[in-house]
Design a protein around this ligand. Sequence first.
Ligand SMILES: O=C(O)CCC(=O)C(=O)O
Ligand SMILES: [Fe+2]
Length: 370
Amino acid sequence: MKINHSDGNSLQKRISRYLESVYNISNGPNQADYDAALCSIINVQYVYNLAAKDIASGFLNGINTKIVLNARDCFLLGQFAVFMTFYRSGMQWLEYALHLKQNKSDVTIQLEQVSDALAQAKIAHDKRYSAQKWDNTRYFRRRFAPLSEPTGTQKIHPTQEAILRPPEVHYITKDTHGICQGRVQPSPDETKELFCCPYQGHLRARDIYVGEELSPETHGVLRQIVERISGLRVPDSSGMLYDLHVLSHTAGDYYPAHLDTDEHPTALATFLIYFSEVSKGGESYFLDANLKTVPKKGSAVMTYNLYSCGQNDESALHGFCPISFGEKWVTPVWIMYEHQTHLQCLSEPYLRHEILVNGQSKYKHQNEHR
Ligand SMILES: O=C(O)CCC(=O)C(=O)O
Ligand SMILES: [Fe+2]
Protein backbone atom coordinates (compact mmCIF):
# COMPACT_ATOMS: atom_id res chain seq x y z
CA MET A 1 0.00 0.00 0.00
CA LYS A 2 1.41 3.41 -0.87
CA ILE A 3 0.44 6.66 0.73
CA ASN A 4 0.58 9.64 -1.56
CA HIS A 5 1.89 12.63 0.31
CA SER A 6 1.14 15.38 -2.14
CA ASP A 7 -1.48 16.59 0.33
CA GLY A 8 0.94 16.39 3.23
CA ASN A 9 0.71 20.07 4.08
CA SER A 10 -3.02 20.22 4.51
CA LEU A 11 -2.87 16.98 6.46
CA GLN A 12 -0.23 18.50 8.68
CA LYS A 13 -2.47 21.53 9.29
CA ARG A 14 -5.40 19.28 10.08
CA ILE A 15 -3.33 17.24 12.49
CA SER A 16 -2.13 20.40 14.26
CA ARG A 17 -5.67 21.73 14.53
CA TYR A 18 -6.84 18.41 15.89
CA LEU A 19 -4.01 18.21 18.42
CA GLU A 20 -4.72 21.76 19.56
CA SER A 21 -8.36 20.91 20.09
CA VAL A 22 -7.53 17.77 22.06
CA TYR A 23 -4.50 18.98 23.98
CA ASN A 24 -5.41 22.50 24.93
CA ILE A 25 -2.01 23.49 26.22
CA SER A 26 -2.63 27.22 26.57
CA ASN A 27 -2.65 26.82 30.36
CA GLY A 28 -0.24 23.98 30.52
CA PRO A 29 1.67 21.94 31.17
CA ASN A 30 -0.29 21.19 34.34
CA GLN A 31 0.30 18.63 37.10
CA ALA A 32 -1.47 15.88 35.17
CA ASP A 33 0.87 16.52 32.19
CA TYR A 34 3.92 16.25 34.44
CA ASP A 35 2.62 13.06 36.04
CA ALA A 36 1.92 11.52 32.63
CA ALA A 37 5.45 12.40 31.49
CA LEU A 38 6.99 10.88 34.65
CA CYS A 39 4.89 7.75 34.22
CA SER A 40 5.98 7.43 30.57
CA ILE A 41 9.67 7.72 31.40
CA ILE A 42 9.39 5.11 34.18
CA ASN A 43 7.54 2.70 31.89
CA VAL A 44 10.03 3.09 29.06
CA GLN A 45 12.88 2.58 31.55
CA TYR A 46 11.20 -0.54 32.95
CA VAL A 47 10.41 -2.31 29.68
CA TYR A 48 13.73 -1.51 27.99
CA ASN A 49 15.71 -2.02 31.20
CA LEU A 50 17.48 1.33 30.95
CA ALA A 51 19.81 2.81 33.53
CA ALA A 52 18.55 5.97 35.28
CA LYS A 53 21.96 7.61 34.83
CA ASP A 54 21.84 7.11 31.04
CA ILE A 55 18.39 8.65 30.74
CA ALA A 56 19.46 11.49 33.05
CA SER A 57 22.51 12.11 30.84
CA GLY A 58 20.28 12.38 27.75
CA PHE A 59 20.52 8.84 26.35
CA LEU A 60 17.17 7.19 25.89
CA ASN A 61 17.29 3.73 24.42
CA GLY A 62 20.13 4.55 22.05
CA ILE A 63 18.91 8.04 21.13
CA ASN A 64 20.69 11.18 22.27
CA THR A 65 17.84 13.41 23.42
CA LYS A 66 20.28 16.21 24.33
CA ILE A 67 18.15 16.72 27.43
CA VAL A 68 20.12 16.41 30.63
CA LEU A 69 18.19 16.03 33.87
CA ASN A 70 19.10 17.77 37.10
CA ALA A 71 18.96 16.41 40.66
CA ARG A 72 15.41 17.67 41.17
CA ASP A 73 14.19 15.95 37.97
CA CYS A 74 15.80 12.69 39.13
CA PHE A 75 14.30 13.13 42.59
CA LEU A 76 10.80 13.60 41.12
CA LEU A 77 11.25 10.58 38.85
CA GLY A 78 12.48 8.53 41.83
CA GLN A 79 9.52 9.50 43.95
CA PHE A 80 7.10 8.76 41.13
CA ALA A 81 8.67 5.34 40.49
CA VAL A 82 8.30 4.50 44.20
CA PHE A 83 4.67 5.67 44.03
CA MET A 84 4.22 3.28 41.08
CA THR A 85 5.81 0.58 43.32
CA PHE A 86 8.78 0.31 40.92
CA TYR A 87 11.11 0.41 43.91
CA ARG A 88 14.34 -0.60 42.22
CA SER A 89 13.89 2.00 39.56
CA GLY A 90 12.94 4.56 42.24
CA MET A 91 16.12 3.82 44.21
CA GLN A 92 18.23 4.19 41.04
CA TRP A 93 16.78 7.64 40.34
CA LEU A 94 17.18 8.76 43.93
CA GLU A 95 20.74 7.45 44.10
CA TYR A 96 21.53 9.35 40.92
CA ALA A 97 19.94 12.50 42.35
CA LEU A 98 22.21 12.05 45.37
CA HIS A 99 25.20 11.55 43.06
CA LEU A 100 24.39 14.80 41.21
CA LYS A 101 24.13 16.67 44.50
CA GLN A 102 27.34 15.30 45.94
CA ASN A 103 29.54 15.22 42.83
CA LYS A 104 28.14 17.99 40.65
CA SER A 105 27.05 20.41 43.38
CA ASP A 106 23.56 20.50 41.92
CA VAL A 107 21.51 22.90 44.03
CA THR A 108 18.08 22.20 42.52
CA ILE A 109 17.04 20.19 45.58
CA GLN A 110 18.00 19.81 49.27
CA LEU A 111 20.29 16.90 50.19
CA GLU A 112 18.04 15.87 53.11
CA GLN A 113 15.00 15.59 50.87
CA VAL A 114 16.80 13.18 48.55
CA SER A 115 18.38 11.06 51.29
CA ASP A 116 15.08 10.82 53.19
CA ALA A 117 13.23 9.71 50.05
CA LEU A 118 15.97 7.16 49.31
CA ALA A 119 15.80 5.73 52.84
CA GLN A 120 12.01 5.44 52.59
CA ALA A 121 12.25 3.77 49.16
CA LYS A 122 14.69 1.21 50.63
CA ILE A 123 12.33 0.46 53.51
CA ALA A 124 9.35 0.08 51.17
CA HIS A 125 11.38 -2.14 48.84
CA ASP A 126 12.59 -4.43 51.65
CA LYS A 127 9.12 -4.66 53.14
CA ARG A 128 7.74 -5.66 49.77
CA TYR A 129 10.36 -8.27 48.93
CA SER A 130 11.72 -9.60 52.22
CA ALA A 131 8.52 -11.32 53.26
CA GLN A 132 7.98 -14.46 51.22
CA LYS A 133 9.03 -14.27 47.63
CA TRP A 134 6.17 -12.76 45.70
CA ASP A 135 4.37 -15.35 43.68
CA ASN A 136 2.75 -13.65 40.73
CA THR A 137 2.02 -16.82 38.81
CA ARG A 138 -1.43 -16.99 40.33
CA TYR A 139 -2.29 -13.56 39.00
CA PHE A 140 -1.06 -14.39 35.53
CA ARG A 141 -2.75 -17.75 35.47
CA ARG A 142 -6.05 -16.11 36.27
CA ARG A 143 -5.45 -13.31 33.79
CA PHE A 144 -4.58 -15.68 30.99
CA ALA A 145 -6.79 -18.61 31.93
CA PRO A 146 -8.21 -20.11 28.74
CA LEU A 147 -11.31 -18.14 27.88
CA SER A 148 -14.61 -19.93 27.85
CA GLU A 149 -15.85 -20.95 24.45
CA PRO A 150 -18.13 -18.46 22.77
CA THR A 151 -21.74 -19.51 23.04
CA GLY A 152 -23.13 -21.07 19.93
CA THR A 153 -20.04 -23.09 19.06
CA GLN A 154 -20.31 -26.80 18.82
CA LYS A 155 -20.04 -28.68 22.11
CA ILE A 156 -16.93 -30.78 22.12
CA HIS A 157 -17.10 -34.32 23.41
CA PRO A 158 -15.19 -34.47 26.73
CA THR A 159 -12.71 -37.15 25.66
CA GLN A 160 -12.06 -35.35 22.40
CA GLU A 161 -11.66 -32.14 24.35
CA ALA A 162 -9.08 -33.77 26.62
CA ILE A 163 -7.05 -34.81 23.61
CA LEU A 164 -7.40 -31.66 21.58
CA ARG A 165 -7.19 -28.96 24.22
CA PRO A 166 -3.85 -27.29 23.77
CA PRO A 167 -1.36 -27.74 26.57
CA GLU A 168 -1.84 -25.02 29.16
CA VAL A 169 -0.07 -21.98 27.86
CA HIS A 170 2.08 -20.32 30.48
CA TYR A 171 2.20 -16.75 29.32
CA ILE A 172 4.27 -15.96 32.39
CA THR A 173 7.17 -17.59 30.57
CA LYS A 174 6.61 -15.32 27.59
CA ASP A 175 9.14 -12.57 27.74
CA THR A 176 7.44 -9.37 26.57
CA HIS A 177 10.39 -7.28 27.68
CA GLY A 178 12.79 -9.61 25.87
CA ILE A 179 10.76 -9.23 22.67
CA CYS A 180 10.57 -5.43 23.00
CA GLN A 181 14.29 -5.24 23.77
CA GLY A 182 15.04 -7.41 20.72
CA ARG A 183 16.71 -10.14 22.81
CA VAL A 184 14.04 -12.73 21.98
CA GLN A 185 13.62 -13.65 18.32
CA PRO A 186 11.25 -16.10 16.66
CA SER A 187 12.65 -19.62 16.21
CA PRO A 188 12.99 -21.06 12.67
CA ASP A 189 9.72 -22.97 13.27
CA GLU A 190 7.92 -19.82 14.36
CA THR A 191 9.36 -17.90 11.42
CA LYS A 192 7.96 -20.51 9.02
CA GLU A 193 4.45 -19.49 10.03
CA LEU A 194 5.00 -15.87 9.06
CA PHE A 195 5.03 -14.33 5.66
CA CYS A 196 4.96 -10.99 3.93
CA CYS A 197 2.76 -10.07 1.05
CA PRO A 198 3.54 -7.05 -1.14
CA TYR A 199 0.54 -5.07 -2.28
CA GLN A 200 0.18 -1.85 -4.22
CA GLY A 201 -2.84 0.22 -3.33
CA HIS A 202 -3.40 3.92 -3.04
CA LEU A 203 -4.51 5.98 -0.13
CA ARG A 204 -4.25 9.74 -0.28
CA ALA A 205 -2.93 11.45 2.80
CA ARG A 206 -5.82 13.92 2.72
CA ASP A 207 -8.23 11.01 3.23
CA ILE A 208 -6.87 10.33 6.67
CA TYR A 209 -8.91 11.96 9.36
CA VAL A 210 -7.28 12.04 12.72
CA GLY A 211 -8.98 10.55 15.75
CA GLU A 212 -12.26 10.70 13.89
CA GLU A 213 -14.29 8.22 11.97
CA LEU A 214 -12.76 7.71 8.54
CA SER A 215 -14.58 9.27 5.62
CA PRO A 216 -16.69 6.82 3.54
CA GLU A 217 -14.20 7.18 0.63
CA THR A 218 -11.22 6.31 2.83
CA HIS A 219 -13.20 3.52 4.37
CA GLY A 220 -13.90 2.22 0.86
CA VAL A 221 -10.22 2.22 -0.06
CA LEU A 222 -9.16 0.48 3.15
CA ARG A 223 -11.97 -2.02 2.80
CA GLN A 224 -10.87 -2.89 -0.73
CA ILE A 225 -7.26 -3.33 0.32
CA VAL A 226 -8.07 -5.50 3.33
CA GLU A 227 -10.52 -7.65 1.35
CA ARG A 228 -8.17 -8.09 -1.59
CA ILE A 229 -5.27 -9.15 0.59
CA SER A 230 -7.04 -11.33 3.12
CA GLY A 231 -9.99 -12.77 1.23
CA LEU A 232 -12.12 -11.73 4.20
CA ARG A 233 -15.08 -9.37 4.06
CA VAL A 234 -15.24 -5.88 5.43
CA PRO A 235 -18.66 -4.28 4.97
CA ASP A 236 -19.05 -0.71 3.79
CA SER A 237 -19.10 1.94 6.49
CA SER A 238 -22.85 1.60 7.05
CA GLY A 239 -22.52 -2.11 7.85
CA MET A 240 -19.49 -1.83 10.12
CA LEU A 241 -19.84 -2.95 13.71
CA TYR A 242 -16.92 -0.77 14.73
CA ASP A 243 -15.95 2.48 13.04
CA LEU A 244 -12.51 2.78 11.57
CA HIS A 245 -10.36 5.37 13.30
CA VAL A 246 -6.81 6.56 12.97
CA LEU A 247 -5.25 6.32 16.42
CA SER A 248 -2.24 8.35 17.41
CA HIS A 249 0.16 7.38 20.16
CA THR A 250 3.09 9.31 21.51
CA ALA A 251 6.27 8.76 23.56
CA GLY A 252 5.69 6.57 26.61
CA ASP A 253 2.48 5.02 25.23
CA TYR A 254 2.32 1.24 25.14
CA TYR A 255 -0.36 -1.44 25.00
CA PRO A 256 -0.18 -4.40 27.39
CA ALA A 257 -0.75 -7.92 26.08
CA HIS A 258 -4.39 -8.58 25.23
CA LEU A 259 -6.68 -10.51 22.94
CA ASP A 260 -8.84 -8.36 20.67
CA THR A 261 -11.64 -10.83 21.33
CA ASP A 262 -11.72 -9.61 24.96
CA GLU A 263 -13.37 -6.46 23.65
CA HIS A 264 -14.75 -7.67 20.33
CA PRO A 265 -15.66 -11.33 20.88
CA THR A 266 -16.38 -12.07 17.22
CA ALA A 267 -13.32 -10.32 15.76
CA LEU A 268 -12.18 -13.23 13.61
CA ALA A 269 -9.04 -11.38 12.51
CA THR A 270 -7.32 -8.05 13.06
CA PHE A 271 -5.72 -6.02 10.31
CA LEU A 272 -3.47 -3.32 11.71
CA ILE A 273 -2.55 -0.58 9.24
CA TYR A 274 0.44 1.61 10.05
CA PHE A 275 0.33 5.21 8.87
CA SER A 276 3.70 6.24 10.24
CA GLU A 277 7.12 5.07 11.20
CA VAL A 278 8.07 5.36 14.88
CA SER A 279 11.53 6.75 15.62
CA LYS A 280 12.14 4.29 18.45
CA GLY A 281 9.92 1.61 19.98
CA GLY A 282 6.18 1.22 19.37
CA GLU A 283 6.52 -2.16 17.66
CA SER A 284 3.49 -4.44 17.81
CA TYR A 285 4.50 -7.63 19.61
CA PHE A 286 3.03 -11.11 19.39
CA LEU A 287 3.92 -13.18 22.42
CA ASP A 288 3.35 -16.63 21.02
CA ALA A 289 5.50 -16.00 17.96
CA ASN A 290 8.21 -14.15 19.95
CA LEU A 291 7.79 -11.53 17.29
CA LYS A 292 7.59 -7.79 17.00
CA THR A 293 6.62 -5.93 13.85
CA VAL A 294 8.16 -2.55 13.19
CA PRO A 295 5.60 0.04 12.04
CA LYS A 296 6.30 1.11 8.47
CA LYS A 297 4.21 3.78 6.85
CA GLY A 298 1.79 2.15 4.41
CA SER A 299 2.26 -1.40 5.68
CA ALA A 300 -0.04 -3.63 7.67
CA VAL A 301 0.02 -6.74 9.82
CA MET A 302 -2.78 -9.26 10.07
CA THR A 303 -3.52 -11.98 12.63
CA TYR A 304 -6.35 -14.40 13.11
CA ASN A 305 -7.95 -14.21 16.56
CA LEU A 306 -10.33 -17.16 16.27
CA TYR A 307 -9.96 -20.73 15.11
CA SER A 308 -12.19 -21.70 12.22
CA CYS A 309 -14.73 -23.19 14.65
CA GLY A 310 -15.14 -19.82 16.35
CA GLN A 311 -13.04 -20.51 19.44
CA ASN A 312 -10.53 -18.03 20.75
CA ASP A 313 -6.99 -18.56 19.54
CA GLU A 314 -4.98 -17.46 22.54
CA SER A 315 -1.78 -17.39 20.54
CA ALA A 316 -3.08 -14.10 19.10
CA LEU A 317 -2.04 -12.43 22.36
CA HIS A 318 -0.39 -9.13 21.43
CA GLY A 319 0.24 -5.53 22.40
CA PHE A 320 2.72 -2.82 21.55
CA CYS A 321 6.10 -1.93 23.06
CA PRO A 322 6.48 1.50 24.67
CA ILE A 323 7.28 4.28 22.24
CA SER A 324 10.54 5.80 23.42
CA PHE A 325 10.74 8.42 20.69
CA GLY A 326 8.35 9.65 18.02
CA GLU A 327 4.70 9.05 17.24
CA LYS A 328 2.68 6.12 16.02
CA TRP A 329 -0.35 6.43 13.74
CA VAL A 330 -2.35 3.28 13.23
CA THR A 331 -5.80 1.99 12.28
CA PRO A 332 -6.98 -1.38 13.56
CA VAL A 333 -9.56 -3.06 11.32
CA TRP A 334 -11.48 -5.76 13.16
CA ILE A 335 -12.80 -8.32 10.74
CA MET A 336 -15.98 -9.72 12.22
CA TYR A 337 -17.06 -13.34 12.07
CA GLU A 338 -20.66 -12.43 11.22
CA HIS A 339 -19.63 -10.81 7.93
CA GLN A 340 -17.78 -13.90 6.62
CA THR A 341 -20.79 -15.75 5.25
CA HIS A 342 -18.63 -17.09 2.40
CA LEU A 343 -16.36 -18.95 4.83
CA GLN A 344 -16.98 -22.46 5.87
CA CYS A 345 -17.34 -22.76 9.63
CA LEU A 346 -15.34 -25.84 10.43
CA SER A 347 -16.52 -27.51 13.59
CA GLU A 348 -13.23 -29.23 14.40
CA PRO A 349 -11.68 -27.55 17.40
CA TYR A 350 -8.29 -25.85 17.09
CA LEU A 351 -8.32 -26.01 13.32
CA ARG A 352 -6.84 -22.83 11.98
CA HIS A 353 -8.15 -20.87 9.02
CA GLU A 354 -6.75 -21.39 5.62
CA ILE A 355 -4.82 -18.26 4.79
CA LEU A 356 -5.59 -16.61 1.50
CA VAL A 357 -3.36 -13.91 0.12
CA ASN A 358 -4.70 -12.03 -2.87
CA GLY A 359 -7.17 -14.88 -3.29
CA GLN A 360 -4.48 -17.58 -3.38
CA SER A 361 -4.06 -20.13 -0.65
CA LYS A 362 -0.80 -19.34 1.13
CA TYR A 363 -0.70 -22.51 3.12
CA LYS A 364 -3.15 -24.57 5.07
CA HIS A 365 -2.62 -24.76 8.78
CA GLN A 366 -2.39 -28.23 10.12
CA ASN A 367 -4.72 -29.18 12.92
CA GLU A 368 -2.03 -28.92 15.47
CA HIS A 369 -1.17 -26.68 18.35
CA ARG A 370 2.39 -25.91 19.16
O1 LIG B 1 -1.06 -0.51 17.60
C1 LIG B 1 -0.69 -1.68 17.80
O2 LIG B 1 0.43 -2.08 17.52
C2 LIG B 1 -1.64 -2.63 18.46
C3 LIG B 1 -3.01 -2.07 18.67
C4 LIG B 1 -3.94 -3.08 19.18
O3 LIG B 1 -3.55 -4.13 19.60
C5 LIG B 1 -5.39 -2.81 19.21
O4 LIG B 1 -5.81 -1.70 18.85
O5 LIG B 1 -6.13 -3.72 19.59
FE1 LIG C 1 -5.17 -5.49 19.82
